[in-house]
Write a protein that binds this ligand. Sequence first.
Ligand SMILES: [Fe+2]
Ligand SMILES: [Fe+2]
Length: 202
Amino acid sequence: MQIIFDESQTRLNLMRAFAGESQSRQRYYQAALIAQQQKLVSIERVFRFTAEQEERHAMVFWKFLKDSSGGDIDFTAGFPAGVFEDIQQLLDSSAAEEEKEYSIVYPDFARIAADEGFTDIASKFRMIAEIENTHNMRFKYYGDLLRNGKLFRDDNVEQTWMCLNCGHIHKGSEPPNECPVCRAAQGYFIREYEAAFTSSEM
Ligand SMILES: [Fe+2]
Ligand SMILES: [Fe+2]
């Protein structure tokens, strides 16, 4: 049986989730700017890409609050204060946040929503939790590359790198210091398989 929305815990959790997603989006945009200043273009793109997805999550939760339109929703909640300038710390703290959302926060919200009879909302919490896990893995992947000095270095001497500025392909264990085509700095290079829309199966 479904309880009255305005008396539900789910209503508060939706507002918590909306606030959390909105803040994640803002934090990742800020992290993208810091990466940009440090000329780490792939990391900048990772943060922007993820920030846009967080924006969509915020909208999904926001729309469920339509029935409470016009009023205020009061709640207490904790939010991460990950104010760092260091890219390693930004990647690591972002991965930790995502892990918590994926493994604790959203599964809890989903369970409560299901108990209160809001099956559609419960299912959205579960699906978005799965997405947060992909964010977690994405931040961990780049965090590990950076930590291990592998962002611009690979054990494979035949590794294929792509310049994100012009698309130039370079083979070797490291990308060039400067793109020979467009003169973009090394920070523009990523492994080709990390780039979007580069499937050779087409
Ligand atoms: Fe999200
Ligand atoms: Fe996320």
